[in-house]
Design a protein around this ligand. Structure first.
Ligand SMILES: [Zn+2]
Length: 339
């Protein structure tokens, strides 16, 4: 394996290296330079480059310890290819614990996962995207992006719609330690859609977590196992893939809001939500999933399953406003056939 270089960070064959990658034109008004923490574990034989990132959205950090732990456990002297870990992919949102960098204008460019492949002379968020995309993604064989979304079941999503590349994405997703495998909606500006356009295998994930929610040890372990399973599948490390039998589900084909997880009819009447189901429950069409009650206990609305063969993927918070869809139901499908 040749030396892996990401900006000023270099890892020779058989080495682990940590360092900070300067963001292209990434200087704040007070002169602070924005840098991205990077971990490289470089094997001794040429092979795939597997990039794993967390905290593209600031408070979504279950992947952060998983990346750190995995990079510490890998033995570069027994590895083929290279692992690149980005434990805090949006360093500004990470430090402010916000979804995006709060200062950027206009609003729509605050979200790093909507502005890939980025712009070298754009807003700070677009410059972060540009640096990650050009310095890291374009050198990668596969990219795995760890997100969290409140009270949600863990799953790994494969990138459909890209022919043979999607087949590889699905096969890699099947190495995941999660029971659930998701057909990720198309979504311009995201890691999974934009990197796939450049021929990179991409995977998207969600699990429980968010602001004021402590990172769950079992989910950190789940992502560590998912990462190393995928490295086994890519031929980077030896060993048996330890993955469960999967349930495949779909939501929407095109993400409009909430990353494509909005499958329920919007609530018409505001109120307090009392869920009638749990995460991972299998549900039938029109089954009542939650009651919306007023402050005196009268039911003013209900939330119902849009599908037969439904599975409850996410259950949101209790105070519900009109137009919100606080529960997500996935549609269980047979194993997809991807050409
Ligand atoms: Zn996210």
């Amino acid at each position: 394996m040749s030396t892996v270089k990401i900006g000023p960070i270099q890892a020779k064959p058989g080495e682990r290296a940590c360092g900070r990658l300067p963001i292209e034109n990434g200087v704040l008004p007070d002169g602070t330079k924005i840098e991205l923490p990077i971990i490289i574990v470089n094997g001794i034989k040429d092979g795939p480059v597997f990039t794993v990132l967390a905290a593209v959205h600031g408070p979504e950090v279950t992947g952060t310890p998983a990346i750190i732990n995995t990079s510490n456990e890998l033995n570069p002297k027994e590895m083929t290819g290279a692992f690149i870990g980005i434990p805090a992919a949006n360093p500004l949102a990470f430090l402010t614990r916000t979804r995006g960098w709060v200062i950027d204008e206009p609003q729509e460019v605050k979200n790093l996962n909507r502005v890939f492949p980025g712009k070298a002379d754009g807003t700070i968020t677009e410059r972060i995207a540009y640096t990650i995309f050009n310095e890291i993604f374009l050198k990668s064989t596969a990219v795995l992006d760890y997100h969290t979304a409140g009270n949600i079941a863990p799953f790994v999503g494969y990138r459909y719609g890209f022919g043979k590349l999607s087949k590889k994405s699905l096969e890699l997703a099947e190495a995941a330690a999660t029971k659930l495998v998701w057909k990720v909606p198309m979504h311009p500006g995201t890691t999974h859609t934009e990197a796939a356009k450049r021929g990179i295998i991409t995977l998207d994930t969600e699990t429980e977590g968010g602001l004021f929610m402590p990172v769950r040890k079992d989910y950190v372990a789940l992502w560590e196992r998912t990462t190393t399973n995928m490295m086994k599948k890519l031929g980077m490390i030896k060993g048996r893939i330890n993955a469960p039998e999967h349930t495949y589900f779909e939501t929407e084909s095109e993400a409009t809001i909430s990353g494509g997880l909005t499958t329920i009819k919007p609530v018409k009447h505001a109120g307090f939500m009392i869920p009638r189901v749990n995460l991972m429950d299998e549900v039938n069409e029109d089954q009542k999933l939650a009651s919306i009650i007023d402050p005196f206990g009268y039911e003013v609305d209900t939330i119902r399953s849009p599908y037969d063969d439904g599975i409850v993927i996410a259950i949101g918070g209790n105070v519900v406003h009109p137009g919100e869809s606080p529960i997500t139901v996935g549609h269980i499908v047979p194993r997809p056939r991807v050409q």
